[in-house]
Design a protein around this ligand. Structure first.
Ligand SMILES: Cc1ncc(COP(=O)(O)O)c(C=O)c1O
Length: 370
């Protein structure tokens, strides 16, 4: 092969995309580390889901059910939704891209909050739309700022709730206000990847709004509390014409057989989900309190409703030095300079032992820096 072909150029908006950086699990010398960088379930996967996945391995030569029919029925039953208004995806990532592709293109704008989920700008750029960022308020989504940033060209509005990487949450009244201000020719995508970590009754009301609204799409995932990140399964609920549009452009066999069957089993294992939620609530509060005690050294955890904490380093210990010090002590977290957060580390809630070890390591680093 010769060198690059100057005549064969990707579209300029594709060239402009910064590739997604996945959380690492290895140190600089390739050593395995405790991975607290990808917001995975520290309790693993429901045994029932793992068993269903293993059973599906006997049918590898067959294409999966392209409509994920049984899985959609199981999701519908679990969440009280009409399966005809659900679409499944290769992770909710695929669905976010499909929503951008179906409703926006060159000349259109895709709006989201500053410090929103990092896939949103890429989803906009991939289809040639202009990514537009509304200002935050102390790292949280500012609904008024989002509303003020809506223009006649806004076609898709992404709201992650709870948000990644901040963990912040917009209450139901704010989400309803945002929807009221969303023009009819704009799709409001409420990305609820972490919704299952909320307390019962604490939801943002978006799923309920979506029953009647014709321009809301709710996205969910099996990658977080359901512990199936490796299988890449997401889903969305929305108005029939939106679901139809996404079905037209999704991959025809976009969820594997094993993924569909594992997800169905995971939905049925309510005990595992409740155990995972309670573990997260307890150890997130524990870690936030320990970090709160390091406030004199300039550390601050943003209040989180998700399965991670965004910790800001505003004193003598920099986030970069903390990141490197934690790696040396066997923990990998997510340092976020590429997301305008060079002073932030996102730390996933691990097992009890991992959270305790991480807190001790952080305290050691702080003492050494003071
Ligand atoms: C807010 C948010 N949305 C969507 C996703 C995508 O998840 P998946 O593609 O694994 O379903 C993530 C993953 O980290 C996320 O944090």
């Amino acid at each position: 092969m010769t060198g690059p072909n100057p005549k064969l150029r990707p579209k300029p908006w594709i060239d402009a995309i910064t590739p997604y950086t996945p959380g690492s699990s290895r140190g600089p010398r390739g050593e395995a580390l405790t991975k607290l960088s990808s917001n995975e379930n520290p309790l693993g996967t429901s045994e029932k889901a793992a068993e269903a996945l293993a059973n599906a391995k006997g049918r590898l030569s067959r294409y999966p059910d392209g409509a994920s029919e049984t899985l959609r029925a199981a999701i519908g039953e679990r969440y009280g939704l009409d399966p005809a208004r659900i679409v499944c995806g290769t992770g909710s990532d695929e669905i976010l891209h499909l929503a951008a592709g179906a409703y926006a293109g060159v000349g259109d704008e895709i709006l989201y909050s500053r410090f929103g989920f990092s896939v949103y700008p890429a989803a906009a750029q991939r289809v040639g739309a202009t990514p537009v960022e509304a200002p935050d308020t102390d790292y949280a989504t500012d609904i008024d700022a989002l509303i003020a940033a809506i223009t006649p060209n806004t076609r898709v509005l992404f709201l992650a709730n709870p948000n990644n990487p901040t963990g912040t949450f917009c209450a139901a009244a704010d989400v309803a206000r945002l929807h009221d201000a969303t023009p009819p020719d704009c799709l409001l995508v409420v990305d609820q990847a972490y919704a299952e970590y909320l307390e019962p009754g604490e939801g943002d009301g978006a799923l309920e709004l979506a029953h009647a609204a014709d321009n809301i799409l709710i996205t969910r995932t099996f990658s977080k509390i359901y512990g199936l990140a490796a299988e890449r399964i997401g889903w969305a609920y929305g108005p029939p014409p939106v679901i139809e549009a996404l079905n037209r452009i999704r991959g025809p066999f976009n969820v594997t057989t094993g993924g569909q069957e594992a997800a169905i089993a995971a939905l049925g294992d309510r005990e595992f989900i409740e155990k995972s939620r309670l573990h997260n609530t307890m150890w997130r509060a524990w870690l936030a309190e320990r970090i709160g005690k390091l406030g004199n050294a300039g550390l601050r955890a943003i209040p989180s409703k998700a399965n991670f904490l965004l910790v800001l380093f505003e004193g003598p210990l920099s986030a970069e030095a903390a990141y490197e010090g934690l790696v040396e002590r066997g923990y990998i977290t997510r340092w976020l300079p590429g997301q305008e957060l060079p002073h932030g580390l996102r730390i996933s809630i691990g097992t009890e032992q991992e959270v305790r070890g991480l807190a001790e390591a952080l305290e050691e680093l702080v003492s050494a820096a003071l």
